[in-house]
Design a protein around this ligand. Sequence first.
Ligand code: DAH
Length: 339
Amino acid sequence: MKEKLQKIREEAIRQMQEATTLDKLNDIRVAYLGKKGELTSVLKGMKDVPAEERPMVGQFVNEARTAIEEKLDEIKKDMEKKALDLRLKSETIDVTLPAKKSNLGHRHPNTIALEEVERIFVGMGYEVVEGPEVEYDYYNFEALNIPANHPAKDEQDTFYINDKIVLRTQTSSVQVHEMEKGKLPIRMLAPGRVFRADEVDATHSPSFHQIEGLVIDKNITFADLKGTLEVFAQELFGKETKVKFRPHHFPFTEPSAEMDVTCFKCGGKGCRMCKGSGWIEILGCGMVHPRVLEMRGIDTNEYQGFAFGVGLERIALLKYEIDDMRLMYENDERFLKQF
Ligand code: DAH
């Protein structure tokens, strides 16, 4: 009996030492110490043991049981510790590793320039409004005093949707919508996309952006136009900037002008930026043509106005010294990142 118990004990311990998982270890515990386990069945066989030997056998059984239990405990603790070690090791964070780079978006140079222009004019009491990109040709041309056979219609090669509807070639069309609302005075700034059937090159694109300005009020003169646009130029390009107005022609303004600013790169001495002239052309402007006001039923004896149109890309290209307009539309991250 003693030998049998010894064998059971050795076999149990051997199996436990070979066990690789806690589950297996538990199976072994059940197999030896469980209700139907081997040690238990020895205990059940005690009735066949002569009475005088029972205490001794009982003691052996208990010893075997204790030994198995102790070993079981030891191996279990060891396994748990190893599992914990493994987990700690696999979950350690190497704080010396370089951090993952998170890519932040950037505002487009057009957006930055537009916000700057809006800030300046909103500060002078202008309201920012929008008009439709798909437009009746009436709003794009006739209502702006550009008759059907006017050469300006060819100049601004127009995308036609049908014979009445176009993609607007200029934000000047928003002037008409604003006047149609019937509320005076008007101080509006209308930024937006315009379209022209142009080939793509460093300075042209079939779709670009303009910012239109319109003021209609009593006693508005060319001096108001000049003063306003001078402030605009100095806010945008620096206090030392000078402006110059050259006579020009636009059908919807009379008189009309183009405004140049002193080159902000060389200060007017002449450089590559201003092609040696010291001046850079910035925008078109003029006093709103009486016929444009009359078509909207505005009394030209009482009200006058001035208007201007700026190319947004042109401003952004100049301000950030970008020499190719195509860069503005390619959305190349390496380009956009720089602003
Ligand atoms: N619409 C003109 C263009 O696209 C720009 C312009 C010139 C707008 C003079 C104006 C203006 O409001 O007064 O070339």
